[in-house]
Design a protein around this ligand. Structure first.
Ligand code: ADP
Length: 153
């Protein structure tokens, strides 16, 4: 079975993440969306809420599993016998950042990273912009999956 992990903060999941996930689904038999929990990082939505948001978007999609993990992504991969990491690329800055991580993960853990290029309609979307709009009382509904709006007061 070909399985991959899509690691990230998903704070919150956006239409950019959804684009990458939807396009990766035909490539894998199973896709684990894993929220990396970094105790030193401050999140807007707590881990349980972020997990519920993703589960709501993919309710009824048997290939998707949602989980969380602490520590290194390679260790998560080894513990779950995963050989592939999925990441999305929006721009050259993403590429530069992701390149070093992917090469390190391959060196340290024999894990291959699969990159998908963002779709043009969602390339400008980031969770940090969504958080900024939300914090300032703006409307984020055009940037996130509709299913997550019910978690947002
Ligand atoms: P992280 O803190 O690990 O970067 P994010 O939730 O911000 O977590 O991103 C997770 C993954 O989703 C990354 O590979 C990122 O490049 C990708 N991603 C985020 N937004 C978009 C987008 N608009 N289009 C394509 N990929 C995206």
């Amino acid at each position: 079975m070909k399985a991959a992990v899509f690691p990230g903060s998903f704070d919150p999941i956006t239409l950019g993440h959804k684009d990458i996930i939807d396009r990766a689904l035909p490539l894998f038999d199973k896709l684990i969306i894993a929220i990396g929990v970094n105790v030193d990082k401050k999140y807007m939505f707590d881990t349980a809420t972020r997990m519920k948001m993703i589960e709501a978007v993919y309710a009824g999609e048997p290939k998707i599993e949602v989980t969380k993990y602490e520590g290194l992504t390679v260790d998560f991969c080894h513990a779950n016998k995963l050989h592939f990491i999925l990441r999305g690329l929006r721009n050259p800055a993403d590429f530069e950042f992701e390149k070093a991580i992917a090469q390190t993960n391959r060196k340290l853990g024999q894990i291959e990273t699969v990159f998908l290029l963002t779709g043009p309609e969602t390339s400008f979307i980031s969770s940090s912009i969504v958080r900024d709009i939300y914090r300032n009382g703006g409307d984020i509904s055009a940037l996130v999956p509709t299913e997550i709006m019910k978690f947002i007061s």
